[in-house]
Design a protein around this ligand. Sequence first.
Ligand code: MN
Ligand code: MN
Length: 273
Amino acid sequence: MYHHVKELMYTVNVGVADATFGNMLLEQFGGANGELAAAMQYSIQGLNCEDAARKDLLLDIGTEELSHLEVVGTLIRMHLKPMKKARSEAEADPLVAVAGGGGVGLLNSAGNPWTADYLKITGDLAVDLRSNIAAEARAKIVYERLINFTDDPGTKEALQFLMTREITHMRAFAAALETMDKPAFSIGTIAPTPGLVDQFYDDSTGVGESGTTDGAGTIAKRAGLQVVESPIFKGAGLDVKPHKPVPGSEKTSPADSEPVGDTTAGRERRRAS
Ligand code: MN
Ligand code: MN
């Protein structure tokens, strides 16, 4: 259940209200990487999670994100306040001023309505945790950019708090994934095709503006991938000989979500091991 405590998670102080900055802050209220998106993504993933410990972690962080929504919403309202009276300030965001009365709405900084399309919820815990690590990285960089665009000390401090929490969450999600004890690239229950999975396809030719001929290949080799040239340029191409999918061939974790589809073979294999 949810319970509201009449106290902000972080006390917000604004020295000089800046309606234009308030509009920019809406990105973290009703934007793609904002607090509502984070709260909904983790909470709904939590509802779907079958592993008790990770469910607890998802719901804890989802709930903290709702508290962040409250903090950033309060901060935005403080910045939007002058918009209610002054025409010059209202011009910073006519949608918020005229249609929204100078209050916060579930919009991003460009006035686009919040949408559940922002959420990444696959029903596979290991996949969802990876999405969450990326979501926290995006939230962090947006907060950092906002910090760089304000001179108000109280605003900077509140944003520093919110930005910091995203890195904490990123670490928690990474720990939740690591403690599942799956190999780094193990997703689902069907192992990828041996050989083919190690091939990096060199899909470009020529010398770019920077004069680099094989930047991607150098990176791929460091990851243990074998660079394969296109047959168009007399290369060997990818190894496309057929390989039958083998259910249960991928390394799984007891914390994994129940596989979807006919995975009988996989279950039998796991029972035998
Ligand atoms: Mn947050
Ligand atoms: Mn977060």
